[in-house]
Design a protein around this ligand. Structure first.
Ligand code: ATP
Length: 293
């Protein structure tokens, strides 16, 4: 078990990190294409309790820059709680998170200008149209109006939302909300994109579109960190994986390393979270609507 949490100190004066080599628009890429500089995310001793329940148990985790990273775990594993703390949406009980070398709680402006976030339960400005939402968010991010309009138009087009751009967000479907949320998170061209279950409620055609956008984004050296339960998806998209169960990291590293000798990530995952051999429904001897009652 990890050590007991030490309490977070009060917010210190903003100080530039000592070792950052990230540049606006993405991490530094060396001649060989290798991404240099600080990791995308460094988490040390992260804890979160809700009442008596510990949701996140002293996590230590380093996620490299320039990768497509999957954070996987069963329901209630602590993925959303972890992502919320990492992106500055939820204050941890203890621990430290750095993004690109900047402390999330001591230097939130530097961090937030470098990241894009698609949070769980996406709260959007419902009474704006999709187009207005992007216009508003782009200007909040400090982009010039013309640039915002150009990028908004392109994102709406690529994500298949052009036809619904003047519709109020409150009238968007679940999948359309994910897509407009993704467009909002990408608009300022962040270095690191955090996505909580980006493919949940998204149809296969839209999922393919989102994949294409994310693959293009990471090809430039940017980092995607997303949570998912869908192992096939993680296996086909990610080159780095972290497995979380009961608030603890069970494995992390390059996909091939985490998968090990298992035939698939799904098998490796079931073994890591201790779910193998659990008889699905073995105790439900009453269940079987097709049989005589
Ligand atoms: N605001 C809250 N108040 C109380 N308990 C919470 C709160 N948020 C999360 N929890 C608890 O913390 C644990 C981790 O939840 P979390 O939402 O982080 O898991 P998750 O891995 O994202 O799950 P899922 O895959 O089902 O979305 C769960 O047991 C959950 O009930």
């Amino acid at each position: 078990m990890a050590n007991e949490p030490e309490h977070i100190e009060g917010r210190a004066e903003t100080a530039p990190p000592q070792h950052t080599t990230l540049t606006p628009g993405g991490p530094v890429t060396a001649a060989g294409g290798e991404v240099t500089g600080p990791p995308a995310v460094r988490i040390q001793g992260l804890w979160k309790k809700f009442g008596e329940q510990t949701a996140v148990h002293g996590i230590d985790l380093t996620l490299p820059a320039g990768r497509f990273i999957g954070l996987v775990g069963p329901n209630g594993a602590g993925k959303t709680t972890t992502l919320s703390m990492v992106t500055g949406l939820l204050r941890p009980d203890a621990g430290k998170v750095e993004i690109g070398g900047y402390d999330v709680w001591q230097d939130p402006v530097s961090v937030k200008s470098r990241i894009g976030v698609l949070p769980e339960g996406l709260r959007l400005f419902e009474r704006l149209s999709g187009r207005e939402l992007l216009g508003y968010i782009g200007r909040l991010r400090g982009l010039p109006g013309e640039e915002v309009d150009k990028r908004a138009g392109q994102l709406l087009d690529v994500l298949g939302l052009s036809g619904a751009q003047h519709k109020l967000v409150v009238d968007y479907s679940t999948g359309m909300r994910k897509k407009i949320g993704l467009a909002s998170a990408l608009l300022h061209n962040p270095e690191i994109l955090f996505l909580d279950e980006p493919f949940e409620g998204v149809d296969p055609v839209s999922a393919q579109t989102i994949r294409g956008v994310l693959e293009r984004y990471t090809a430039s050296g940017a980092t995607v960190i997303f949570s998912s339960h869908v192992m096939e998806l993680v296996e086909s998209l990610c080159d780095w994986v972290a497995v979380l169960a009961a608030g603890r990291i069970r494995a992390d590293g390059p996909l091939a390393e985490v998968r090990g000798a298992a035939p698939s990530l799904q098998d490796a995952f079931l073994e890591l979270v201790g779910a193998q051999g659990r008889g699905a429904g073995a105790d439900l001897d009453w269940l079987g609507g097709g049989r005589a009652r």
